[in-house]
Ligand binder design. Sequence first.
Ligand SMILES: NC(=O)c1ccc[n+]([C@@H]2O[C@H](COP(=O)([O-])OP(=O)(O)OC[C@H]3O[C@@H](n4cnc5c(N)ncnc54)[C@H](O)[C@@H]3O)[C@@H](O)[C@H]2O)c1
Ligand SMILES: [Fe+2]
Length: 479
Amino acid sequence: MGSIADPVIVPDMFIDLADREVRPMTPVRRTWRLKPTPSRHHPMAFINYITQIQIEFGAVQLLRQECERTGMRKPLIVSDAGVRAAGVLDKAIKALGDLSHAVFDQTPSNPTETAVRAAAKIFQAEGCDGLIAVGGGSSMDLAKGVAIAVTHEGPLKTYATIEGGSTKIRDRVVPLIAVPTTAGTGSEATRFTVITDTERGEKMLIAGMGALPLAAVVDYELTFTVPRRITADTGVDSLTHALEAYVSRRANPYSDAQALAAMALIGANLRTAYAEPHNAPAREAMMLGAMQAGIAFTNSSVALVHGMSRPIGAHFHVPHGLSNAMLLPAITRFGLEAAEARYATAARTTGFADGADRDAMAAGKLADGLAQLNRDLDVPTPGAFGITKAAWDARLAAQVDDPYAPLSPRVALWSGLAGLVMLTVFLTTIGLPLGVVLAFWAVYFLFLIVLTRIFAEAGAGWAWGPMVNVSKLFFKKMN
Ligand SMILES: NC(=O)c1ccc[n+]([C@@H]2O[C@H](COP(=O)([O-])OP(=O)(O)OC[C@H]3O[C@@H](n4cnc5c(N)ncnc54)[C@H](O)[C@@H]3O)[C@@H](O)[C@H]2O)c1
Ligand SMILES: [Fe+2]
């Protein structure tokens, strides 16, 4: 039985790579619309330390012990119908012995605020003092939502990253033990929860130390019953976490180490876990890889794949891992030129390229390899899933309106701006004064910004012109 990290809460630290000092600091809040995109050479890294993780075959048996260690006398177990039907929830309940508890097993896939409130009601009515999430990312995220909902005022939207709500979340909330049953979102080790705003039908990212579980029990035996489709989708999700963390503009030496370790495990084992559900070494490697990928992106970031994936999930009801899988090859190819060496390292680590390949060749093999992986894992295209081009285009504003999209190595907006620069050069060459052209662009963008906000509020799909073009491009390449 292994135990990772110390149960004592370690202070968050900034590692200043410039002067090698490690000192406690307050994290900087980012709202991407208002601040410039950070440079790849940004010297700071914000490292979150996890609490205690028990990781081993059969570790679920330690659940009672973990409740005692974290001081829970009556936990609310949060799960879903599929996990119950697979017999996995019963294993967890059995491990609690005679410890008093309540159960909420109605977590929807892509959990909603309505479901969070329903679980919170049971938590309060039953006098619970802690939470145990038994399930995939949906159950873990719902439990995180409950931990915040019962300790904070107002709708969860108040705490969403896009609303600048991260700093309003207190670090100390209701204790949560995460028991992941998919491999996986890595949510057991992240300070994020993704809850769908029931009114607006949009997935809200909520980020804060209050969303980081106090403990995790990571038992890969629980994943043997995961159906093949979900094994594939959750596996690609974890690969996406590792890859996006590694190429993100927030990548740092700590997250790099976790991301590379995750990529090696997932690259070598995902196909086997998909083909042979009871292959213990493959399931074990995937569980560890998924968790490390979670640690990687919680200390770096995700990027454009997740930025576009969240609204696709919310609007077209595509499972999270599946929408990532659909997007991953096209968006990786789009970003290659901006971080070629990093993508090349990722290609060699995942096994899509070998050491003899030069960077350009290896990076290209990564995009090809991810497309082949999708074929091997029977990932449908958006068209085959039933998403029409018209519906896709109508949702473009939400697809790019995400706090993590600009942390991608190549920001979608830039490619559009490159076109504008070329058009400016052309217009000045044929005789228009530069001042007139620039003034025109200023008015044009002001107009677009105003329209984007007005129409986005009204639920229609307007976005910045240059972004629209890039998103349209992706749809073509994904089908
Ligand atoms: N908080 C984070 O850091 C983070 C990161 C990535 C994704 N997410 C979120 O996680 C959610 C997706 O989570 P997921 O991909 O794990 O899927 P999920 O939790 O929605 O589960 C998918 C399906 O698999 C079934 N299932 C789960 N474990 C099983 C098992 N052991 N045996 C049989 N069936 C099982 C469930 O019943 C469900 O029907 C999304 O809402 C996504 O936004 C969160
Ligand atoms: Fe994800």
